[in-house]
Design a protein around this ligand. Structure first.
Ligand SMILES: Cc1cc2nc3c(=O)[nH]c(=O)nc-3n(C[C@H](O)[C@H](O)[C@H](O)COP(=O)(O)OP(=O)(O)OC[C@H]3O[C@@H](n4cnc5c(N)ncnc54)[C@H](O)[C@@H]3O)c2cc1C
Length: 299
């Protein structure tokens, strides 16, 4: 009997709402925290029992990217996702997918609608991202225009179907906001990789809602020890590059020599490696700056 049997029973087929009409739902699971430990002990043998408890072993595996024991655990989900978000989701090639067919069946009669307060401006600093919310009155216009377009597109689709056009052709002008459904099966290692990328603040807001729901509502209660390690090392951990380390070393020496605890931006720029010094703009330098602010070293 898996240690998470009660949680599986509680979660199976429970639909967690995402966006306005989407959901994620656990269908099946093979394995628990113990299954990861069991797989790892094949490689390390009984000896590990003395040096490390189960929690310590799971944390060691995740910290050192010894990933295959996590592949012994499998999860199957049913998900309902707008097609534009699905297009990002499906890039994760290490899952098994079976998607609702709009060649065989009528397209799902639902499209993701954006409420007036949820329209986002284009980010100034990141070409791929969003900035602040747009003003409410503009949002209302945008949502009204969206409703009109969705109604028109649906009417056209229905008309084509009624006129006998094949479903596979009738669908071609449906908007990307149309919902699709799919079974999605993936092992725990690749699921954590998906979650790390798609829960991250750099991922688009919509897919982030799905990833966060999958992670927090389903993976966390089913695999409490793995989840704790994942949050510690991947979600809230920080990766320092060689250049980051060199800069920090110089900065710490400079602050210690002057008896100061926190650096200013001038200190930061003075400590930067020669690779960055000549550059007017550097994304890598900006990312390093963000890390130091997070660490409380930089004002
Ligand atoms: C913030 C963000 C922005 C993005 N922007 C873009 C974009 O602008 N354009 C774009 O096209 N994509 C973009 N992507 C998608 C991204 O490039 C990846 O395709 C996607 O995140 C899937 O990652 P993956 O390949 O690591 O995952 P998976 O496909 O699940 O693969 C997991 C791991 O398995 C290994 N693997 C899988 N298949 C192979 C293979 N064939 N050969 C070798 N190793 C393999 C790799 O180690 C891989 O990391 C973006 C993703 C994110 C998170």
């Amino acid at each position: 009997m898996p240690t998470n049997a009660a949680q599986i029973e509680e979660l199976r087929w429970k639909k967690f709402s995402v966006l306005d009409d989407g959901f994620v739902c656990l269908v099946d699971v093979m394995g628990d925290d113990q299954a990861v430990v069991q797989a790892a002990r094949v490689s390390y043998g009984e000896g590990t029992r003395q040096v490390s408890d189960d929690r310590g072993l799971i944390r060691y595996l995740l910290r050192h990217r010894h990933t295959t024991p996590f592949e012994m655990v499998e999860l199957k989900f049913l998900v309902r996702v707008p097609m534009d978000t699905w297009r990002q989701w499906i890039r994760h090639r290490t899952a098994n997918v079976n998607e609702y067919s709009t060649r065989y069946s009528l397209a799902i009669d639902a499209a993701q609608r954006t409420p007036a307060h949820q329209w986002r401006s284009q980010a100034a600093s990141n070409r791929q991202g969003s900035g602040d919310a747009l003003p409410a009155d503009l949002g209302q216009d945008l949502s009204a225009a969206e409703a009109e377009l969705l109604a028109q597109a649906r009417q056209l689709y229905q008309r084509r179907i009624e006129l006998g056009v094949a479903r596979e052709q009738a669908r071609k002008d449906l908007p990307l906001s149309t919902y699709t459904e799919a079974y999605w099966k993936i092992d725990l290692h690749n699921l954590l990789h998906f979650l790390a990328l798609r829960m991250d603040s750099h991922a688009q807001w919509e897919i982030r809602q799905y990833a966060t729901t999958l992670g927090e509502q389903i993976v966390r209660p089913l695999f409490p020890i793995v989840w704790e390690a994942f949050v510690d090392y991947r979600v809230q951990g920080m990766f320092l590059t060689r250049l980051d380390c060199e800069l920090i070393e110089r900065l710490v020496r400079r602050l210690a020599a002057e008896g100061r605890a926190r650096a200013t931006d001038d200190d930061f720029l003075a400590a930067q490696p020669p690779e960055w010094a000549e550059l007017k703009r550097s994304r890598e330098r900006d990312e390093c700056r963000e890390k130091l602010v997070k660490l409380g070293m930089l004002d």
